[in-house]
Design a protein around this ligand. Sequence first.
Ligand SMILES: [Mn+2]
Length: 260
Amino acid sequence: MSKAKVGVSMLYCLSEPFDRMVKRLSTQDTPYIEILDEGTHDLNRTRITQLKEAAKSYSLEYSLHAPFADINIASPIKPMLNASLKRLKQSLHNASAIDAKLWVFHPGQRTGIGQFYPGADFKQTCQSIQELYREAEELGVNIALENLPAKYWFLMNSPQEFLRMYRETNLPIGITLDLGHANLEGQIQPFFDLVADKIIHIHASDNDGSDDQHLGVGEGKIDYEWLTGTLKKIGYNKTIIVESITNIPQSLQKLKQLLL
Ligand SMILES: [Mn+2]
């Protein structure tokens, strides 16, 4: 039996009022919950208190997903870059305030002028990662960078790019392996072949290979039997978070069953 901890992301209720999301925390089939510091669910002092109370009442363990809408840590435009970093640092403080075990963030995006400055977006992503890492270290927050697909102009699509980032930053930063994103790039197995020891968090959803559909686990083309077999083989004992937007209870149950 795998020691992986199966949890759930509250992404599926991002369109609901924050208070309704908080009420749902008592009824999830798992204590491992990923909160989103994003959209209309962005955290503030009152909400942090609500989340801490829920964690205490229901013995929950949080991870916090950083904001990502309009955030770009690779931006070549300084005022935009600074605004992104400011918001992300605020989110790191929120992670510390809710006692999150982990803070998950996205890499930078290419821009329409990227081709005129080859390599600059990757270099800026590395510099931003170093800046965020320092802030996280001061706060005692553990952080993990997520792989994203090229389709949406993101960097960090493959394990090779993570290895390059490790060479350039010299930081032992963990990876959040998003299976849906990796599937769009045909990179699920390469991540396990090349950087398995760096994977400290997993986002699980499904898609048909065309789009990041966030389907329920087993509803797309990802081979979850192979995946869970691999997690058992490598003794993965960290979190795997259902990040689907439909069929949440079924997805949790399916993952738990496959990991038995
Ligand atoms: Mn994800």
